[in-house]
Design a binder for this molecule. Structure first.
Ligand code: ADP
Ligand code: MG
Length: 344
C-alpha cells in the first residue's frame, strides 16, 4: 500500500489513477500517458495517446473539483521547488514543469524555484576539454570551472526556465544569490566522511553563511515567480558554487515554506535492493549514510532535506521529475510520491 494523505473528501475515492487526473487537469489536450510501474511512473515506456477531447465535460469538472481541498489548504503558502539539473533534460517535461509552476501560482500558492544544472555544466566543461570531478557529491570547482558554472547556471539554464514559465503565462524573474544580497557564503570545509582527519579542498564550493530572503518576498508579493541560480557571494565579493539542493533546503527554512519538493532523476531514495523508500526518519537516514546506501548527489540532497524538515518545513519530498506533472501529483492529489523525509 502506498501512503495517502489526511485530506479526504468522498470524491477522492474514485477509481481514477491520480496520474490521469492530474495530466487531464493540467493540460486538457492530447498527451502521452505515463504508465504506472511498480509504484512509480515510467514516463518513457508507454506512449499510448490519451485523447482528452473524448473525456466528458462532467468528468473534467469532477477532476478539477478534486484538487479543491489541496488548493484551499495551500493557499498563500510558499512551496520551494528544486528543479533540474538531471530532471530537466527533456524539453517536453520542462514545459510541463513550467505549466505546473504557473498553475500553482494562479491558484494562490507561492512557488519559488531553485534550479540545478549538473548535465548542462558537464556539457560546457567537456567543450573546453574538461571533465567534472565530484567528492562526496559536490563538484570540485576550480576558478575556470566556477566561470563555467556561473555562465551556464545564471545564463542558459536560468533563462530557459524563466522563458518557459513566462510562455506558460507566469511572470518569472531570474536571480542569483548575489541579487538583493541573498546568499552569503564561505568556502566549504569538506571533511572526509570516513576519515575525519582528512579535509578535501574542493575549490570555490560554498557553504551558506546566511540567506536574506527579502528580495524573494518582495517578488512574491508582486505576483512574480522567483527562479534562483545557486550561486553565493563571499566577504571579498568572490563567487561560490553551492549545491542547488542545499540552497533550496535552506531557503525553504528561511522562508518558512510549507513544502520543499526536490525533483530529481530517480523515483526517490532507494535501498540497497533498489526499492523505493517511501518514508525516512532521521535515524533511518543515519543508517543509510553509515552503510553506504546513499552516495553521490543524493548525499547533499538528503542532508539538506533533513535539515529543512528538522527546521520546521512541514513536508519535504524527493520525487521523480521525469514523471509528467510530478509536482502537481505531489501537491494537488492525495497520492504521495517518492520519498518523504521526516524530522524525527
Ligand atoms: P540532481 O540533479 O537531481 O541533484 P544528482 O545526480 O545530484 O541529481 O542526485 C541524484 C542521484 O543520486 C541519483 O540519480 C542516483 O544516481 C544517486 N543516488 C545515490 N544513492 C542513491 C540512493 N540511495 N537512492 C537514490 N539515488 C541515489
Ligand atoms: Mg545534485
Amino acid at each position: 500500500m502506498r501512503r495517502t494523505r489526511s485530506i479526504h473528501s468522498s470524491r477522492w475515492h474514485s477509481n481514477a489513477n491520480p496520474c490521469e487526473i492530474v495530466t487531464r487537469f493540467a493540460r486538457l489536450r492530447t498527451y502521452n500517458r505515463a504508465s504506472f510501474v511498480s509504484g512509480t511512473f515510467n514516463a518513457m515506456s508507454n506512449s499510448t495517446e490519451l485523447d482528452l477531447s473524448s473525456i466528458a465535460p462532467r468528468t473534467k469538472a469532477e477532476i478539477l473539483a478534486q484538487a479543491l481541498p489541496y488548493i484551499r489548504k495551500f493557499h498563500g503558502k510558499t512551496m520551494v521547488i528544486k528543479y533540474g539539473g538531471n530532471a530537466m533534460t527533456d524539453p517536453a517535461l520542462q514545459a510541463d514543469f513550467a505549466e505546473d509552476v504557473v498553475l500553482l501560482k494562479l491558484v494562490g500558492m507561492n512557488p519559488v524555484v531553485v534550479h540545478g544544472g549538473g548535465p548542462q555544466i558537464e556539457t560546457a566543461l567537456n567543450r573546453l576539454g574538461k571533465k567534472g570531478e565530484f567528492i562526496q557529491g559536490m563538484r570540485v570547482t576550480d576558478a575556470e570551472t566556477m566561470e563555467v558554472v556561473e555562465w551556464v547556471l545564471a545564463g542558459e539554464v536560468q533563462q530557459d526556465i524563466v522563458g518557459l514559465i513566462n510562455q506558460a503565462g507566469g511572470k518569472a524573474v531570474g536571480l542569483t544569490g548575489r541579487d538583493g544580497g541573498m546568499i552569503r557564503a564561505q568556502k566549504l570545509r569538506m571533511v572526509d566522511s570516513k576519515d575525519p582527519s582528512i579535509e578535501h579542498d574542493i575549490g570555490q564550493v560554498g557553504d551558506i553563511v546566511s540567506i536574506d530572503p527579502s528580495v524573494v518576498k518582495a517578488l512574491q508579493d508582486d505576483a512574480f515567480i522567483p527562479v534562483i541560480s545557486p550561486i553565493g557571494f563571499g566577504e571579498d565579493n568572490e563567487s561560490y558554487n553551492i549545491n542547488a539542493d542545499v540552497v533550496a533546503s535552506k531557503l525553504a527554512t528561511v522562508l518558512r515554506a510549507e513544502k520543499l519538493v526536490l525533483l530529481t532523476n530517480i523515483p526517490g531514495v532507494l535501498n540497497k535492493a533498489g526499492e523505493l523508500l517511501t518514508d525516512l526518519t532521521s535515524r533511518e537516514i543515519d543508517g543509510l549514510f553509515a552503510d553506504g546506501t546513499i552516495s553521490g548527489g543524493m548525499l547533499p540532497k538528503i542532508a539538506g532535506a533533513l535539515d529543512a524538515a528538522k527546521a520546521g518545513v512541514n513536508a519535504v519530498h524527493i520525487i521523480d521529475g521525469r514523471v509528467p506533472h510530478a509536482m502537481l501529483l505531489e501537491i494537488l492529489t492525495e497520492q504521495a510520491y517518492g520519498t518523504m523525509i521526516r524530522s524525527h
